[in-house]
Design a protein around this ligand. Structure first.
Ligand code: UDP
Length: 461
């Protein structure tokens, strides 16, 4: 949309979850670095977390205006209850956002909101911009493949592959294109095997958001064409602009979007380790483990005899503090570093890191593959299973960690796969090839570079 004689002013609105805020913040920083005014809107709760985790230097250097809207919950409500939060956002977010846009537009008539970039997870807000004289742009924080599936939902229901709650009917596989790995039961992007009620709510959300995506004039996605060309080709108005990496957003707003303070002591710890020796373990911001599972993992890391850096959030064990096996901390003290939150991209870029034991969230997947690090896959929910299929079957840059008959990833399984990953150089070689492709896509004249320039040109029109 042309806003003649006026400067573009972009409003970026993420879903209030760590992986979503981080990605959109990286994109927003890249847009701001091109001289475009950008206002980033979090919910009040997340806004406070982001500010608390930002360094003073980041606050000074940031070119992004940070604002907030209420999430519709009371102060006593549990914001870790993602489904309660989403239901509240569906009730209240459109109104709150409309009020905010009106307020901004009244403050400065020359800098009215011209474009709204909305996370597709909260895609229903894409209805708002046009009513406010702005252009809607969607931002897809998952793989393009996930969006292909999302856009196919009505057809899959019509053809009897899915019921109206998103459960698979007869078929064991859902295939939406010959070139894409199929989705098995429990691998759908709304899959939460441990919580079927939650799964139903997530499905409704994804279905509704999918319908609103058609309002967007562009769909931006943190992927690159060479990685997912067949999925990219299936989505209209699609611009792959990834990988979105912090190192590419310059120093401005280095910690921007983190909910936790990053423990940078792990970087000097990594400096002391030999090249290609360290196992990096992180489950992102949401995944949780049972205490039994944590014990198996801890013992596997100990028995591997290798140095490891492990991110253990204070809520990793079913929402509570982890308890380690007896004497574990003392026995591994010489070669282990445990932190609550790491500067993940810097860790993955460090020469001493060999592999990434990951829950395969899309950000972690993009970061690991763009930095040439092989994966040990430990998916937990939603799109993470399909990302695992991409990693292990299509790109061949990682190995699966399978469950045993008790539903646990046993220490034996973990050690076996760690050793396979250290000895099988072909996986590392594939990872390095993919890293090169990723870097090429964001270098001058690369596919993502060109798409981003197209988008910036459009904003500046
Ligand atoms: N992350 C981080 N430090 C950590 C663990 C994770 O900075 O110790 C970042 C990671 O780099 C990624 C995001 O948190 O950008 C997690 O997003 P992802 O999509 O991988 O998983 P989610 O948290 O959404 O499940």
């Amino acid at each position: 949309m042309e806003v003649k004689g006026k400067r573009a002013h972009v409003l970026a609105v993420p879903c209030p979850a760590q992986g979503h805020v981080r990605q959109l913040m990286k994109l927003s920083t890249q847009i701001a670095n091109r001289g475009i005014k950008i206002t980033f809107v979090n919910t009040e709760y997340i806004h406070a977390k982001v500010l608390a985790a930002m360094s003073e230097e980041d606050k000074r250097q940031s070119h992004i205006e940070l604002m907030s809207i209420p999430d519709g919950l009371t102060p006593e409500d549990d914001r870790n209850d993602g489904f309660k939060l989403i239901e509240s956002l569906r009730r209240t977010m459109s109104r709150n956002l409309t009020d905010l846009i009106e307020k901004i537009n009244c403050q400065d008539k020359d800098e009215k909101i011209s474009h709204v970039i909305a996370d597709t997870t909260i895609g229903w807000i894409l209805d708002i911009p046009k009513k406010m004289g702005a252009e809607p742009v969607a931002f897809q924080p998952f793989a393009a493949a996930g969006m292909v599936l999302q856009l196919h939902i009505p057809k899959l229901i019509e053809e009897g592959n899915l019921d109206i709650n998103g459960f698979m009917m007869e078929n064991e596989l859902i295939k939406v294109s010959h070139d894409l790995p199929p989705w098995r039961r429990n691998e759908l992007i709304w899959s939460i095997p441990s919580d079927l009620k939650g799964q139903k709510i997530l499905f409704e959300c994804i279905l509704t958001a999918g319908q609103s995506i058609h309002h967007a004039s562009w769909i931006l996605c943190n992927t690159f064409y060479e990685l997912e060309s067949s999925a990219c080709n299936l989505i209209p108005n699609f611009l792959s602009i990834g990988p979105l990496l912090r190192s590419d957003t310059s120093k401005s707003c280095a910690s921007g979007g983190s909910f936790w303070v990053e423990d940078t002591t792990c970087l000097s710890w990594l400096d002391e380790k030999p090249d290609g020796s360290v196992i990096y373990v992180s489950f992102g911001s949401i995944a949780v483990l049972s205490q039994d599972q944590l014990n198996e993992l801890a013992l596997a890391l100990e028995l591997s005899g290798r140095p490891f850096l492990w991110v253990v959030r204070s809520n990793l064990v079913n929402g509570s503090q982890a308890e380690y096996p007896n004497g574990f901390r003392e026995r591994v003290a010489e070669r282990a570093k445990i932190v609550e939150w790491a500067p993940q991209e810097e860790v993955l870029a460090h020469s001493s890191v060999w592999c990434f034991l990951s829950h395969c969230g899309w950000n972690s997947t993009m970061e690991g593959l763009s930095l040439g690090v092989p994966f040990l896959c430990w998916p937990y929910f939603a799109d993470q299973f399909h990302n695992e299929n991409y990693i292990c079957d299509m790109w061949k840059i990682g190995l699966r960690l399978n469950h045993d008959e008790n539903g646990l990833r046993s220490r034996h399984e973990i050690i076996t796969k760690i050793e396979m990953l250290f000895s099988d150089r072909s996986v590392k070689a594939n990872a390095l090839k993919l890293k090169e492709k990723a870097q090429r896509s964001v270098s001058e004249s690369g596919s993502s570079f060109k798409n981003f320039e197209t988008f910036i040109g459009h904003l500046k029109k």
